[in-house]
Design a protein around this ligand. Sequence first.
Ligand code: GTB
Length: 224
Amino acid sequence: MTITITAFERSPDGGKGLARDTRVRWALEEVGQPYEVRLVSFQAMKQPAHLALHPFGQIPTYEEGDLALFETGSIVLHIAQRRAGLLPDDANARARAITWMFAALNTVEPPILELQNAVLLEHDKPWSEVRLPLVKDRVRDRLKQLSARVGDADWLDAGFSAGDLMMVSVLLRLRASGILDEFPSLTAYVARGEARPAYKRAFAAQFAINAGEPPTGSTVPIGR
Ligand code: GTB
């Protein structure tokens, strides 16, 4: 059955792979599942046809026969549960891998998004200079804890899983800030994720569409 995902017609990141379709592409590549991509413009995302798939008018979405999904975490979990390669067979190990997916999305990503908003959307506010160090320290607090857990291990639990896919994807959003470089074990962890052939294929596929600067003067919201 054909799987179709949606992605930005042109990602504002110019091909850095930070838009969330890269996470879904990576998951599909890890399990060896071919897929098609429907590119959507910001305008099209807010039209009824797309809103029927995604109530918040965003990408990515996932269609497979009668099934239509939104929310990257749910899509990656669905892929991981249906096909071998992203979740261990052992029930407890599987539950732990899923826990790491939630930890990535609910515990590690929120302060990173807060930082991104502070830098991109609030930099000209009078209070920005005072607030920014606080926001950065909240990110550092999380990374200290995560780094203590990862240590010298290759992956969060026994072997690479959907939990690592999500955590590496979340940490990649921090690269431009320089904060990730303060944590060598996490830098190495992210590099291991990026070195996976499936990640490379996913990155290349989105890069082929998005490479280059976003249109100048673009003020469209980029979502989270
Ligand atoms: N919770 C949803 C999920 O996990 O799927 C969030 C989806 C979401 O934020 N989608 C964004 C979107 O569609 C694209 S990924 N935005 C358009 C809109 O809201 O109108 C977020 C994103 C966008 C761009 C960059 N970038 O340019 O660096 C990074 C991340």
